[in-house]
Design a protein around this ligand. Structure first.
Ligand SMILES: [Zn+2]
Length: 232
C-alpha cells in the first residue's frame, strides 16, 4: 500500500509504548483491547462478526465514515452485538493532507453518522496509517474524540502476510494492557488480506483464552476518561 506513509508509522511505532503510552492506549489492566480498522465492508466484516460471536468476544471497529451509511444494516448489526464503533476518518486520506478545520468537519460528520444510526456515543479516533500531527490531535479534541493508536500490530495489510506471520507479529509486541491493530477488510490492504487476518484472529483468541487474558473493546480497557463533550 502506501509505503511512504507506512515508513512514517513504523518509524514512530517502537517509541509509542515508551514515550506516549496514552496514545498507544496502554492499560494497567490485564486486558487486551482488540481493534479492527477500515470497515465496514460487507465482503469481509460479517466473517469477523461471526468469529467474534463464536468466541463471545467484543471488539472496537474503527470505521470509515463514507462507508457507514451505504452499509447501515451492517453497522447496526455491529452495534447490536455489543461491538464498539469508533472513527477512523471520513475517508482513508492521511491527515497531513488536510487542514484542522476540514478534519474537525470530517470527524464530526463520521461520528454523527455512526451515532445517528446506532444511538450510541462514539468516543475514539484513530487516524489512517497511524500518522498524526498536532493539528489532528487538536481536531480530534474539538470533535469530542479521544485519539488512540495501538501498541501491537499484525502487519496484516502486507502482501506477504500469512496467518502465522500475523500471529508472530502481534506476539512480538503484545503485553497485557496492550491494544492490537488488525483489519477486517482489504480495502486499503493487499487484496484478500482479510482472509489471512481472519484465521490469525482465531489463533490469537485461542491463545489469549489459554493464557487467561481478558479480551474486549477499548471501552473495557480501563483507560482514564478525559473525553470532552462533543458539540455538533
Ligand atoms: Zn486504516
Amino acid at each position: 500500500m502506501n509505503d511512504a506513509l507506512d515508513v512514517v508509522s513504523a518509524g514512530v511505532g517502537p517509541l509509542r509504548r515508551r514515550v506516549r503510552p496514552t496514545l498507544a492506549g496502554i492499560s494497567g489492566l490485564a486486558h487486551v483491547a482488540l481493534t479492527f480498522d477500515d470497515g465496514p465492508d460487507p465482503a469481509s466484516t460479517p466473517s469477523f462478526v461471526a468469529l467474534l460471536e463464536r468466541w463471545d468476544c467484543r471488539a472496537t471497529f474503527f470505521l470509515l465514515g463514507q462507508h457507514v451509511a451505504p452499509h447501515a444494516g451492517l453497522v447496526r448489526d455491529l452495534a447490536d452485538r455489543g461491538h464498539e464503533l469508533a472513527v477512523h476518518g471520513w475517508d482513508h486520506r492521511c491527515v497531513l493532507r488536510s487542514g484542522e478545520a476540514a478534519l474537525v468537519d470530517d470527524l464530526r460528520r463520521t461520528a454523527a453518522t455512526i451515532e445517528d444510526l446506532t444511538g450510541g456515543p462514539v468516543t475514539w479516533y484513530r487516524p489512517p496509517y497511524g500518522v498524526l500531527g498536532t493539528h489532528a490531535l487538536r481536531a480530534a479534541r474539538r470533535a469530542g474524540l479521544r485519539t488512540v493508536l495501538w501498541s501491537a500490530w499484525g502487519r496484516d495489510w502486507e502482501r506477504r502476510a500469512t496467518p502465522a506471520r500475523i500471529v508472530t507479529s502481534v506476539d512480538r509486541t503484545l503485553r497485557p494492557g496492550g491494544v492490537v491493530l488488525l483489519h477486517d477488510t482489504d480495502r486499503t490492504s493487499a487484496p484478500g488480506s482479510w482472509q489471512r487476518t481472519l484465521p490469525a484472529t482465531e489463533i490469537l483468541l485461542s491463545r489469549w483464552s489459554e493464557a487467561g487474558l481478558r479480551v474486549g473493546p477499548l471501552s473495557d480497557h480501563g483507560l482514564a476518561d478525559d473525553v470532552r463533550t462533543r458539540s455538533r
